[in-house]
Write a protein that binds this ligand. Structure first.
Ligand code: ATP
Ligand code: MG
Length: 356
């Protein structure tokens, strides 16, 4: 990856039937980056991807590839290629012709077409399937053909709209890894749309979280997961425990917060005033069993325990509060009393302003 801006989305807005679908969306994708657009169903991901591809016109805003404004260019004059959720292969053409289609449109000589299609089919492990019709292939193989068809024209930007969602779990894992490897080997700038947070975390260099037609936060999977700036991002990216509280004291990077689970210490990225109403949030894996009561510690009753092999998932209760915890099997032994003190790692305890 490098530091060249490849795609700029500038203040894009779009309405359908007088309803705002995209509200002033701006973002930047760097060259060779795998950029995941992650958000719940209906948040506007496909609409934004189609605007980038040129299939849909925005109401306002601009799309730039490098420094070139392509907003007014038709889809076939943009150097982008899109892969759809439902494969959309031509059933009457064999695999070779499906992949060759874009090159034939561009009037490449047949020798070059043959070379390029052969090369790309072997990259997606379909060298022996050139003569087959799409309907005789598995879902995973059909999606590989769709990927080959997009890559063969050597687009500047590859746009993938939920490419794995019609595949079973095993195929999804396999093809996701292949897409990641291909993307890295070719260094092709890629936007990957998904509503699956796990998929986005596993594949992306950078994730943009989209909600209600806005990109609410952008960052690497690690940063977004561990230090999200908003509670919506924190909740969307995985399980998180939340308690409301009142700020008692804020100094430097840490705040003391009075909650119904006692006084908790949390990390903050901005200053909070004494008395401010906040939400304290911590992920299940940042709770640790302790033998002695320490700071940031809560005494709980164990409601249930599930051994998954690598981890122990526990549901804990303190008065009316319920917490989820994920322990290492090495650090957890079921106490006969079913009572357990857990320490909340204050480095990983987040504090968010309560929304009014
Ligand atoms: N052509 C259209 N005409 C009218 N409304 C549309 C059109 N295309 C999309 N919408 C609406 O825009 C909103 C966003 O749709 P979009 O397909 O971009 O969402 P998405 O984030 O891709 O969702 P999903 O994860 O379900 O694919 C939805 O409410 C949808 O109904
Ligand atoms: Mg969609």
């Amino acid at each position: 990856m490098n530091n060249i801006q490849k795609l700029s989305v500038l203040n894009i807005t779009k309405k359908y039937d007088n309803v705002n679908i995209l509200n002033d969306v701006s973002t930047t994708v760097m060259e060779s980056q795998l950029f995941a657009l992650l958000g719940p169903s209906g948040s506007g991901k496909t609409t934004l991807l189609r605007i980038i591809a040129g299939f849909v016109k925005p109401d306002s805003g601009k799309i730039l590839i490098g420094s070139k404004d392509i907003t007014e260019l038709s889809a076939n004059r943009r150097n982008t290629a899109m892969v759809f959720q439902n494969f959309s292969l031509w059933p009457h053409m064999n695999v070779f012709e499906n992949v060759a289609f874009g090159l034939r449109l561009r009037k490449y000589p047949s020798r070059i077409i043959k070379e390029r299609v052969k090369k790309i089919l072997s990259m997606v492990h379909l060298a022996d399937y050139a003569e087959k019709k799409p309907q005789h292939l598995s879902g995973g193989q059909q999606q590989r053909v769709a990927l080959a068809r997009a890559l063969v024209v050597e687009p500047e930007i590859l746009l993938l709209d939920e490419p794995l969602s019609n595949l079973d779990a095993h195929l999804r894992d396999e093809l996701r890894q292949e897409i990641k490897m291909l993307q890295k080997n070719l260094g092709i700038t890629t936007i990957y749309v998904t509503h699956d947070q796990r998929e986005a975390m596993l594949i992306a260099d950078v994730i943009a979280i989209m909600m209600n037609g806005n990109i609410v936060e952008t960052g690497s999977p690690e940063v977004l997961y561990q230090t999200p700036k908003c509670i919506e991002t924190a909740s969307f990216l995985g399980e998180i425990n939340k308690i409301r509280g009142t700020v008692k004291h804020c100094r430097g990077d840490f705040c003391l917060i009075e909650t119904s689970a006692g006084m908790l210490r949390g990390k903050v990225s901005s200053h909070f005033a004494d008395g401010e109403q906040v939400v304290v949030a911590f992920r299940p894996e940042f709770l640790h069993p302790v033998s002695e009561k320490t700071a940031n510690c809560i005494e709980c009753e164990i409601v249930s325990v599930e051994y998954t092999g690598p981890a122990v998932n526990a549901i804990l209760k303190m008065n009316d509060l319920i917490f989820k915890a994920v322990f290492s099997p090495l650090s957890f032994k079921m106490p006969s009393t079913r009572k357990l003190s857990v320490m909340i790692d204050s480095e990983h305890t987040l504090v968010f302003r309560e929304k009014k």
